[in-house]
Every structure is written in structure tokens, then in C-alpha cells.
Design a protein around this ligand. Sequence first.
Ligand code: ADP
Ligand code: MG
Ligand code: MG
Length: 252
Amino acid sequence: MSKLEIIDLHVSVSTEDGPKEILKGVTLTIDADETHAIMGPNGSGKSTLAYSVAGHPKYTVTGGQVLLDGEDVLEMSVDERARAGLFLAMQYPVEVPGVSVSNFLRTAKTAIDGEAPKLRTWVKDVNGALDRLNLDPTFGQRSVNEGFSGGEKKRHEIAQLELLDPKVAILDETDSGLDIDALKIVSDGVNRFREREGRGVLLITHYTRILRYIKPDRVHVFVDGKVAESGGPELADALEAEGYDKYLKSAV
Ligand code: ADP
Ligand code: MG
Ligand code: MG
């Protein structure tokens, strides 16, 4: 089982003029084996939702709940959230100079599992994951995100997803900056993850393009800090044709 429930979530950031509410009551439930897409215009609060669920200190939850399999996520530290099975691929991944990809992945895996993975199977798993993402085995020796191209960063995120094997993955703008070949490779990786038993995915994106390769079960239109409309995959087609205009007009 893996079910992520976001219930009437309110989140603020502090600004020079005092606290500013960004999320204004977000409610959605991702059941086991479901992929949901959140789509919305820039500045609507999509990344804020991802960071808030992941526990980024910049965001203050002022109301609502986040539950993973009934457990209170908001009470957990960032590490505890990862151990509980939440995964966040960042829109702007940070550089970790001097730490190789393979050491980074092994440290993360050890932290999440509570024990170090067995070396022989681990090396095989890492090489397999890199290979499936069309990354050279020497990629494992490079410093995390240092000099990575946009596509390498995204593929590294998907390698993390495959190896860390969370219950629920939140992928923020996983498609941004990818050419069509890289988009397919990354989408295939996400789809492989989806095929595992009981996993959930929250796919956050501005553009409909990635939804041609990753077919969501549910689509949510996100406007001005909350869900303006929810529907099936056909909602993404409507957005592709019509854009966000009609939502923005009614939000003003
Ligand atoms: P999206 O990912 O949908 O583009 P974001 O979650 O990044 O949107 O941002 C939502 C809104 O919150 C934007 O208007 C942004 O300017 C504002 N915002 C985010 N972080 C801060 C901050 N630290 N201070 C002030 N405003 C912020
Ligand atoms: Mg599945
Ligand atoms: Mg964003």
C-alpha cells in the first residue's frame, strides 16, 4: 500500500512584507498504483507544493494535513520523510562537489534502508540503472550535478528514483530542458517505476508534452495555490488545446 493524502494544505513563505500565503487549501489523494499530474501556469504554487510535502524549511505549513499511508508526514523531519518512502526530484537540483554519483546514491540508499546495500548487487544495480538511462558507467564517478547537462541531471534523478525505490515519487518539472530523446529515456524510467507494485507518482509540469509519454490516471489544474479542476487524462488534452487562459480569467 502507498497512499499520499494532501488535505486542505495551506502554506506560507515569509517575505519582507510579512507572511505570504502561497498554497490556499490544496486537497488531493494519490492512491497506490496511481499517477497524478499537476499542471498549471508559472507561479501557481506547484513547486511550493512539492517542497512543502518534502519538508523544505523555507515553507511554513499554516493548516491542513499530509498523510502517507495514514502517517503524519508534516511531523516528520526531511530524513524521516525519505525513510517513510517519499521521494522528491527537485526542479533545480543542487551541486554536491567532491561527492561522486555512486557514493551519493549509496549514502542515500543506506540512509533510507538503515543499512548499507550489499556491494556486489549494488554495483550491478547502479550500473543497470545507469545503462537503462543511457548513461555511461563512468557517470558514477562524476561529482553530483557538477557540469551535468540538463538531461544528465534529469537522468540522474530517475536513477535515484529507480535505486531508492520510494513509495511515492514527486517529480517537479522533470521534463524541463529535455530534448525529445532525453524526454523519452526519462519517461521510460518513470514508467518502469510505475510498473512496480503499489507505487504512486505525482508529476508536476507546466507543459503537456511529457504526458504523451507518461499517461496519468488523474490530471489536476493548479491555479493560484489550489486545484481549480480535476479530471482524467482528457483534461490534459483540453489544456494542450486551450492553455490556462480560462482558469486565469476566473482567478482574477
Ligand atoms: P510554480 O512552481 O507553479 O511556478 P512556485 O511554487 O515556484 O510556483 O511559486 C508560487 C508563488 O510563490 C510565486 O508567486 C512565487 O513568486 C512565490 N514565492 C515562492 N517562494 C517565495 C519566497 N520565498 N518569497 C516570496 N514569494 C515566493
Ligand atoms: Mg503501478
Ligand atoms: Mg515550479
